[in-house]
Design a protein around this ligand. Structure first.
Ligand code: MTE
Ligand code: MO
Length: 324
């Protein structure tokens, strides 16, 4: 994120992994079913295949979920063929073409620990947790701090549902999220100068805001690994780095969490990180954004256009840097 080596739109096509590769493999494994699993367990030919290791996806039947019409957009949806091969996921490399490397992530089984100041601390399997939540689809804008933007259909559930499920105690003021840590799978985590694991956090008021969303799917299907499968945060009024991927731990705390990017450079990346076109990043303007998959630049909006829903979260907070 700190260094942009070259404009993303001139990356040669041959470096991009056509998403057809993922889907064909997926369909292939699905078609094999139980027999396929047996083969995967005993067949060396399939051992290198990340999908084989994961086994069948029991959540497939939950998709597509019904669209919540309260969250639609005037902006065009960014095609999946664009967003699935242009990702920030530093665990797999500090560049955008991590989609192929991310297939090494094993997402089944996937344990999620809920701990800290809660009535119901537990470790729960993702496939069990998702059954307790009510899935819906929402169209959201996404604005990366690097000044590119996309608009995508996420599937998931409001973060507030997860908070209620955890049952926070009175003193809990923040929710802290942590990504998996496994340098053997995610070679970016061998880069010791980064403060792994990736951490992010929100205030309890932000977590309870209706916009705060937990995504398990995108484009009417479970998340591909490059999007942060099996479960990630989506906070569309904040810069994208707040939307932490591949979550394994959710902690309720009275201490304000220090995020991955805040640890690296607190002068450039803070806790609140709300989108504001008038507050430049120390090294570039935030006034406009490039729509992914196009060469179109459009004006950036305060709170990424979600001010009506979230601005009231930030009244009486003078002296805090709300926009970095
Ligand atoms: N664990 C983890 N989560 C992460 C990141 C990351 O590097 N690691 N990058 C963030 C940034 S900077 C952005 S813009 C979004 C990108 O999400 P996308 O690749 O699904 O578009 O993920 C965010 N979540
Ligand atoms: Mo980002």
């Amino acid at each position: 994120m700190n260094v942009i080596h070259r404009p993303e739109w001139i990356i040669p096509e041959r470096e991009a992994t056509p998403e057809g590769v993922f889907f064909n493999r997926r369909r292939f494994m699905k078609g094999l079913g139980a027999v396929g699993l047996g083969l995967a367990a005993g067949g060396p030919a399939l051992m290198g295949n990340a999908f084989a290791q994961d086994g069948p996806d029991p959540t497939l039947g939950l998709y597509p979920a019904k669209r919540n019409e309260a969250f639609t957009l005037k902006r065009a949806i960014t095609p999946e063929s664009v967003t699935s091969v242009y990702n920030n996921f530093y665990e797999f490399g500090s560049h955008k073409r991590i989609s192929r490397a991310a297939q090494a992530l094993k997402i089944r089984p996937w344990a999620i620990t809920i701990d800290g100041m809660v009535d119901n601390p537990q470790t729960i399997d993702f496939d069990d947790l998702i059954k307790k939540m009510s899935l819906q689809e929402r169209l959201y804008r996404h604005r990366c701090v690097e000044a590119w933007a996309m608009a995508v259909p996420w599937t998931g559930f409001p973060l507030s549902e997860l908070v209620k499920y955890a049952g926070p105690k009175n003193g809990a003021k923040y929710v802290r999220f942590e990504t998996f840590e496994d340098p053997d799978v995610a070679s970016g985590q061998k880069q010791f100068w980064y403060p792994w694991p990736y951490v992010e956090g929100v205030s309890m008021a932000e977590a309870m805001n209706d916009l705060a969303f937990v995504a398990t799917g995108i484009y009417g299907k479970p998340l591909l690994k490059q999007y942060g499968a099996p479960i990630r945060l989506v906070l569309p009024w904040k810069y994208g780095f707040k939307s932490i991927k591949s979550i394994v731990k959710i902690t309720f705390t009275d201490q304000r969490p220090v995020g991955f990017w805040e640890k690296i450079g607190a002068s450039e990346y803070g806790f609140w990180a709300n989108v504001n076109p008038e507050v430049p990043h120390p090294r570039w303007s935030q006034a406009t954004e490039r729509l992914l998959g196009t060469n179109e630049r459009v004006p950036t909006q305060l709170y990424n256009g979600y001010g009506a829903q979230v601005a009231q979260l930030y009244t009486n907070m003078d002296g805090q840097n709300l926009f970095r």
